[in-house]
Design a protein around this ligand. Structure first.
Ligand SMILES: C[S@@+](CC[C@H](N)C(=O)[O-])C[C@H]1O[C@@H](n2cnc3c(N)ncnc32)[C@H](O)[C@@H]1O
Length: 269
């Protein structure tokens, strides 16, 4: 496997599978709505970059049918080996360094991947080059700019807000994650002079405890990349423990990440 700065790259198998399951159930309905707006057609050749747990790959494979196909790429395709679809090709592939065919795909999608890359512009150029002229891309990426408690008076809420925002800033400084990347998607498509650009963002609000958003963030605070902030001396163990603790509290309400989405069509000429 190629080297990665991805904070969950070395998350143990079962923990990462469970975390990706939560990510998929939170985001798939939005992603499918956005893909339906584009109108995925039978016979299309699709590219899924950073395919993760594979739910989007399975959905796309069913949409394009037997005459279409999906290339599912991931730096670590450990969860893509058994998707049960004949029209899927899985590739171990680093979008920053490994070649892709050019001008062959009808649709390319990438979700919660670019924000984890040290140079997302390289990945975006490569994905754009892989599209046929006139065909669609959909990028969906997180943005944690509003992360924090909804009610700062709640016990522990102010500390949660302070520490979580500090973590996102530290991740940016360490170059391991661009925590505020979602808002930049539109600019990339505009600079590529894509046609029919559409841009939106959905902000997630939820609670700790049994709420899926709280469970997802608790699991995300447990990935090795978070512990590395403690080991590196920039975050206290008690601060990381506080974030996890608040994610176990059903009565604590917080603003999570926004999921931005930008789509557009590669120019015909
Ligand atoms: C947060 S997960 C998102 C998974 C999936 N896209 C989803 O939204 O359900 C990020 C994924 O990007 C992959 N990834 C990270 N860096 C990558 C790179 N340089 N090239 C390809 N995939 C990468 C990771 O292995 C992981 O599967």
């Amino acid at each position: 496997m190629s080297e990665s700065t991805y904070a969950a790259a070395d998350n143990p198998h079962d923990a990462e599978r469970a975390r990706l399951d939560m990510l998929e159930s939170m985001n798939d309905p939005l992603t499918q709505r956005r893909m339906n707006e584009i109108g995925i057609e039978k016979g299309w050749r699709c590219l899924e970059v950073g395919a993760g747990g594979g739910s989007v790959v399975r959905w796309l494979a069913d949409e394009v049918g037997d005459d279409g196909s999906v290339v599912a790429c991931d730096l670590n395709p450990r969860f893509l080996q058994d998707l049960g679809r004949k029209n899927v090709e899985v590739r171990e592939h680093n979008i920053l360094t490994d070649d892709l065919e050019e001008n062959v795909f009808d649709f390319a999608h990438c979700r919660a991947v670019l924000m984890h890359l040290p140079d997302p512009g390289i990945a975006i150029q490569r994905i754009a080059a892989a599209l046929k002229p006139g065909r669609w891309v959909l990028f969906e990426e997180g943005d944690f700019g509003m992360f924090g408690a909804t009610d700062l008076e709640y016990p522990g809420a102010e500390e949660f807000t302070r520490v979580s925002r500090m973590c996102w800033d530290l991740s940016v400084q360490a170059g391991t994650m661009n925590s505020y990347f979602g808002r930049k998607l539109y600019g990339y498509l505009r600079d590529l002079q894509f046609d029919d650009i559409h841009n939106e963002g959905i902000l997630r609000v939820g609670s700790g405890g049994d709420d899926p958003i709280g469970k997802f963030w608790r699991a995300s605070f447990e990935v090795p990349g978070m512990q590395r902030l403690v080991d590196g001396g920039v975050l206290q163990q008690s601060e990381l423990d506080h974030l996890k603790h608040m994610m176990g509290d059903n009565d604590f309400h917080f603003i999570g990440g926004a999921l931005f989405a930008a789509r557009g069509r590669k120019p015909k000429t």
